[in-house]
Design a protein around this ligand. Sequence first.
Ligand code: C2E
Ligand code: MG
Ligand code: MG
Ligand code: MG
Length: 292
Amino acid sequence: NAKESGRNAYRFVTREMGTKSRDRMDLEGSLRHAIAENELFLVYQPQVDTVTGEIVGMEALVRWRHPQEGLILPSRFLPVAEESGLIGPMGDWVLAEACAQIRRWKDRFGLRIPVAVNVSGAQFRDGLLPDKIFRLLDAHGLAGPELEIEVTEGTLIENIEGATVILNALKRRGVLIALDDFGTGYSSLSYLHRLPIDKLKIDRSFIHDLSLGVSDASVPRAIVGLGRSLGLSVIAEGVETEDQLRLLRDLTCESYQGFLFSRPVPVDQLEPLLHTLANLPKTVFTPHPPAD
Ligand code: C2E
Ligand code: MG
Ligand code: MG
Ligand code: MG
């Protein structure tokens, strides 16, 4: 009954909050050392053409190997990083590591697909971000379009003028720009038109809904149509089933990312796959066991 579940809900919330604040203090202390101690690493998730099955890109995602707690996912430590200001050095590390990895892959496999890096609102408030990125591209001899930056609508809306300056600077150098978790924020069609955006990433909640039997495809269909009329490419996140993939193909959504093809995996597990990219004809990729 309502009264009982209400009381349980209350108890649940207070216990959660107590755990969280202690958790945050502990994590903040150890997060401070995580970069210097080499505890952060990147995993990569392929992005795949819905029709040909070819890998057309990759997204880098940060992980933290905590000495006592084991693997910690970004949903737990990014809020701590953002609140403590540690997101600055952490974000710098992610960008530097991703660029170094693109260079290594180019040298070993002749990689010719872009690698996407997530950039949070806090990083995006730093006007020096484009210069940092350009220095990394120069240091590793990379062209702008070999790197893609993923931002959410929320990040853009927070500071639309600053964001416009940053995106235009990145675009002058050819860096690709993707709008992450698209459809969940406050989209304004006018800024979509004005900003130099290359790609819309349909949020995985809409893809999840596709598999509920109701198969309400109206939002993904609308986003694909929007992308087409604005000349943007469209990718679906969180594709887990063949049914979802089939629907996306029917909607003419050009690419997807999700557990169906591969989980995000560490570099060593990706390399067999990159071999097949370099040495045509391609062989079928067998997904590796979960990395997280
Ligand atoms: P995101 O950028 O939207 O990344 C996609 C998330 O969906 C990843 O979670 C990925 O592991 C997960 N995912 C991929 N395919 C599937 C699927 O088929 N099903 C399901 N259920 N999930 C799938 P992850 O790696 O835990 O990252 C969560 C969020 O943390 C990211 O969402 C991004 O906003 C943020 N993040 C991750 N790495 C970084 C980073 O290096 N820097 C910054 N600033 N943020 C990051
Ligand atoms: Mg992303
Ligand atoms: Mg996303
Ligand atoms: Mg997300």
